[in-house]
Design a protein around this ligand. Sequence first.
Ligand SMILES: Cc1cc2nc3c(=O)[nH]c(=O)nc-3n(C[C@H](O)[C@H](O)[C@H](O)COP(=O)(O)OP(=O)(O)OC[C@H]3O[C@@H](n4cnc5c(N)ncnc54)[C@H](O)[C@@H]3O)c2cc1C
Length: 285
Amino acid sequence: METSPMARNLSGRFVAGEDLEQALAVSRKLNGEGITVTLDVLGESVTTLEEAARARDAYLRTFGAMHEAGIEGNVSLKLTQFGLDLSPTACRGNVEQLVRRAAELGGFVRVDMESSQYTARTLELVSALHAQYGAVGTVIQAYLHRSRADVEDLCAKRVRVRLCKGAYLEPHSVAFAKKADVDRNYIELMKILLDRGFYPAIATHDEKMIAATKAYAALRKLPPDAFEFQMLYGIRRDLQRQVVAEGYRMRLYVPFGRAWYPYYMRRLAERPANVFFILRNLLRH
Ligand SMILES: Cc1cc2nc3c(=O)[nH]c(=O)nc-3n(C[C@H](O)[C@H](O)[C@H](O)COP(=O)(O)OP(=O)(O)OC[C@H]3O[C@@H](n4cnc5c(N)ncnc54)[C@H](O)[C@@H]3O)c2cc1C
């Protein structure tokens, strides 16, 4: 799939391009519209430590290039791309190099949250690096039962949190099964983060979650720069522009690179209508 030209046309909806230059061009355009970015060099679950080192180097290059180009943005990475399944020590060393560089440049590294088998290890690694360097934060998924305690812990440590609903298929023993429960928990966690969090990111395309966040921020009389909204590149562009026009901060998650397949499949799974959209496009070709 990743090398087929036809499939590559389709991936363009959610992916900014295959190389750094294309990602920088998209970032420049978004910055011009008042939107900051977080760049994701696509890739996850690497199978050798050499691949993990290559991912680390790609991120170091991305960070340097963003800094040189004066892009308003940071990076997001996955620990399985940095070798977590192969060697926790090597993974930590890889992430540490990037976080140290970010701290030197006054930048920031966001560690994405993967499936629940990685949650505890991700939080441990991020907390340890944050205590040493600052410049790193992570993601909390509202669908997990454990998330309330994790949010409280990260707030106490002043670690920046991005709140999302969660994108992986999880067993009922660890995650809420019903959308209504996930949404209720999302709003509760959003309130904790706006009250006690350190520059939280509210990541969603759900208009109800966005309205609840705006209402709570107004109730607490928070200035618009106390938090940011985040959305994914290619999803709800209308809503992205509307939120910016209303004076809120907006950051887009901008993935780029060749290893787009797992990311793309999660985006399709989130919204069955996307599959029909793809089929329509395939037929048009
Ligand atoms: C910036 C950002 C970073 C993220 N990082 C992580 C992470 O680290 N770990 C993780 O598990 N998940 C992550 N996610 C994904 C997240 O967990 C959800 O799976 C995803 O955002 C969909 O949930 P929603 O909040 O938009 O609400 P939903 O209730 O799923 O969707 C609300 C509305 O948004 C639109 N929409 C949502 N998804 C799509 C789509 N794929 N295609 C088209 N329209 C769509 C539709 O209009 C839908 O009705 C991230 C999301 C964002 C925005």
